[in-house]
Design a protein around this ligand. Structure first.
Ligand SMILES: Nc1ncnc2c1ncn2[C@@H]1O[C@H](COP(=O)(O)OP(=O)(O)O)[C@@H](O)[C@H]1O
Ligand SMILES: [Mg+2]
Length: 346
């Protein structure tokens, strides 16, 4: 969601002196500065990217929808694809509309249609490309208006759509597109890229600092780079203390200790920790989300972990419904301790 305006910066810059572009780079957020420009640089989802890269060489690209979680390279992929296909004609032959543009029915009827009708001279086998980022935020009406355009101009224009949930794209559009699904990046993929950028930017970091970055990002590269840059700008050294301060998340070590106390059935110690977090002012929802993240990766007996996750999920649901008190949290701890002690007697 935070990409909206930033995405527009990423169009290939026209001829500028090196100095100017360096200057511009100084102020760029790292997510833009290090936005991959070619398919080879994009991390993860290899199968899909290889397939697209083959398409792009042949020039015969169908309409595509790329669906997947935030920050995994959907927009980047589409921009790379368009650049490879159109090269220097990118400026004339690409219409990019993302969620920050008005994309109601009228715009689709006028702007998109007008662009589709426009004549642009392109190498044989190439098409104009209409990029609609975050289509799932378009109203159904606007999507309906789109599908007709897609059909009528199919011999001159291709659509490249990106969304978080492909279900929110109307079926009529889905059936006119090849749907490519991206998954979250793995921790090691995020870590590797983070280290690369640390080296390029001369960031001082500790091992636990990078672990913290990866933990807070949960497979979202955009989040990882943003957190890295904020910690670097705010504190200098990237260590776990600083990262959790910047991200304002409860420190997972505390949560881990708390869950461990629960597996041992020690409600007193567990409660002390939750009370401490509560007094620090963390919101119930942030705490519960973190409890889940930590529990998911904890080294513990599998059936017990499942029992824990079930309780955590139920409590999360209550919190979302508005029951966010310390009492709810301690209720959760009591149930976890009970599950823990049942496990030990079994
Ligand atoms: N797979 C990836 N490989 C390398 N960098 C990535 C990847 N995914 C995201 N990024 C980084 O995060 C930024 C935002 O990615 P973007 O493609 O806009 O994500 P989204 O999937 O939300 O459209 C990029 O500019 C890049 O810096
Ligand atoms: Mg995007």
């Amino acid at each position: 969601m935070e990409t909206m305006e930033v995405d527009q910066l990423s169009k290939p810059s026209t001829s500028k002196t090196q100095e100017q572009s360096n200057k511009k780079h100084c102020n760029l957020p790292w997510i833009e500065k290090y936005r991959p420009q070619t398919f080879q640089e994009i991390v993860g989802n290899e199968d899909t990217i290889t397939r697209l890269s083959i398409f792009s060489k042949q020039g015969n690209v169908p309409n595509v929808i790329i669906a997947g979680p935030p920050g995994v390279g959907k927009t980047t992929t589409i921009l790379c694809l368009a650049k490879i296909l159109l090269g220097s004609s990118f400026k004339d032959a690409v219409l990019e509309l993302n969620a920050s543009n008005d994309r109601g029915i009228d715009i689709v009827r006028n702007k998109v249609k007008m662009f589709a009708q426009q004549k642009v001279t392109l190498p044989p086998g190439r098409h104009k490309i209409i990029i609609l980022d975050e289509v799932d935020s378009m109203t159904e009406g606007a999507q309906q208006a789109l599908r007709r355009t897609m059909e009528i101009y199919s011999n001159t224009t291709r659509f490249a759509l990106a969304c978080n949930y492909s279900e929110k794209v109307i079926e009529a559009i889905q059936s006119r597109c090849a749907i490519l699904r991206y998954s979250k990046l793995t921790d090691s993929q995020v870590l590797a890229r983070t280290i690369q950028i640390c080296e390029k930017e001369n960031v001082k970091y500790t091992e636990d600092g990078l672990e913290a970055i990866v933990f807070t990002a949960q497979g979202d590269m955009r989040q990882a780079l943003n957190n890295l840059q904020s910690t670097h700008n705010g504190f200098g050294e990237v260590n776990s203390q600083n990262v959790f301060k910047v991200c304002d998340e409860p420190h997972p070590m505390l949560i881990k200790d708390m869950l461990k106390n629960c597996t041992e059935g020690d409600i007193r110690k567990a409660y002390k920790i939750i009370e401490h977090l509560w007094n620090l002012g963390y919101a119930a929802e942030d705490i519960i989300k973190n409890i889940f993240k930590v529990c998911k990766n904890m080294d513990m007996d599998e059936p017990l972990k499942l029992a824990f996750i079930k309780e955590i999920g139920l409590t999360h649901q209550k919190i979302v419904d508005g029951l966010c008190s310390l009492l709810q949290m301690s209720g959760l701890l009591a149930r976890l301790c009970k599950a823990g002690s049942k496990d030990r007697t079994a």
